[in-house]
Ligand binder design. Structure first.
Ligand SMILES: NC(=O)c1ccc[n+]([C@@H]2O[C@H](COP(=O)([O-])OP(=O)(O)OC[C@H]3O[C@@H](n4cnc5c(N)ncnc54)[C@H](O)[C@@H]3O)[C@@H](O)[C@H]2O)c1
Ligand SMILES: O=P(O)(O)OC[C@H](O)CO
Length: 313
């Protein structure tokens, strides 16, 4: 099985390094001027088994293509290149909800490439950890059980352990929504509101993650698995997380580098729109969207969440 990774950001590059332990991998980037040392993944020199190219036609000759692009870039990329990708095994690593279509990456792929086998790779995993060969467990979600099993075997290594599910909706929503809650957790810590408040926002955030996922047809056990609770735990507790750090900057009114990929900010806006459409209460996500757009202050956001009507858990 030939494998290519489309997108040489931190995660695409780390996956290439991990999979190169099993055999040749092609890594496609728009700009390859960095040679064998990608500034998106500092301290890692690419092994020889990785063929780096800026020729998408060359990369798309592989039969398994991992799309490691940010969620808000995926739709535009597919609009330009779907014809090269259709009929392949396509695996998205994006953790977000597309703002214009209000869908996850699997629907974008299926719409653009109707003959493709579509899957999602998600779960708790920092690119730097994967590139260092640290043990990591992920979820491979594919609606076609047999195709999912084949992909699980193609993409697992001795240190990259993939579990599989057919619940693509649940897996991709877990990955998208945890980024929103991680921003909220970062805000709490950045604003000095304390660890107890962080535990509260993560738990209530998880409640609304499961509520929205259920409304969209996800299975509850998927949300308590690696792709949901697992990734929520990682992202809300580690300063390695860009979403968490962005939240910390918001909470402490510090500047944040706008070139950093922070999937949860756009996804919070998408979730706010979805929650209005579905009549599904998502107060933490709504507050993250308002904070990211500068519509409320941190003090007001905390007060609004704490003074909502009292209710059962
Ligand atoms: N970094 C991680 O630890 C990690 C872990 C798991 C999942 N993810 C997810 O993987 C996705 C990618 O994240 P990342 O960390 O690699 O981001 P990144 O910011 O490091 O890299 C994004 C890459 O996408 C490229 N890109 C952007 N728009 C493009 C376009 N239209 N066409 C071609 N290339 C384009 C950029 O040039 C860049 O190389 C995100 O959804 C993220 O949530 C990241
Ligand atoms: O750095 P973040 O916040 O994008 O998180 C990276 C991964 O999604 C963690 O699983």
């Amino acid at each position: 099985m030939s494998i290519a990774i489309l997108g040489a950001g931190a995660f695409g590059t780390a996956l290439a390094v991990a999979l190169a332990a099993r055999g040749p991998v092609t890594l496609w980037a728009r700009d390859t001027s960095w040679g064998r040392d990608n500034p998106r993944l500092p301290g890692v020199t690419l092994p020889d088994a990785i063929h780096v190219t800026d020729d998408l036609g060359d990369a798309a000759r592989a039969n398994t293509l991992l799309l490691a692009l940010p969620a808000q870039a995926l739709g535009g990329f597919l609009a330009g290149h779907a014809v090269l990708l259709d009929g392949k095994r396509l695996v998205s690593t994006a953790k977000g909800i597309d703002l214009s279509k209000l869908t996850g990456p699997s629907a974008l792929l299926a719409d653009a490439c109707p003959q493709a086998t579509v899957a999602v790779l998600t779960g708790p995993s920092f690119a730097a950890d994967i590139a260092r060969g640290l043990p990591t467990a992920l979820t491979l979600a594919c609606a076609d059980g047999d195709a999912g099993k084949a992909l699980q075997h193609t993409l697992s290594t001795p240190v990259l352990r993939l579990y599989r599910t057919t619940d693509v909706t649940g897996a991709e929503l877990g990955g998208a929504l945890k980024n929103v809650i991680a921003i909220a957790a970062g805000v709490v810590i950045g604003a000095g509101l304390g660890d107890s408040a962080r535990a509260a926002i993560v738990t209530r955030g998880f409640a609304e993650m499961t509520r929205l996922a259920a409304r969209l047809g996800a299975r509850p056990e998927t949300l308590t698995g690696l792709s949901g609770l697992g990734d929520l735990t990682l992202t809300c507790t580690s300063a390695q997380s860009r979403n968490f750090r962005y939240g910390q900057a918001l909470g402490s009114e510090q500047p944040f580098d706008s070139a950093t990929t922070v999937e949860g900010a756009a996804t919070a806006r998408a979730v706010a729109a979805l929650s209005r459409r579905l009549g599904c209460d998502m107060p933490v996500a709504a507050m993250v969207a308002a904070l990211a757009e500068g519509r409320v202050s941190v003090d007001n956001a905390a007060e609004m969440l704490m003074t909502r009507p009292l209710k059962e858990e």
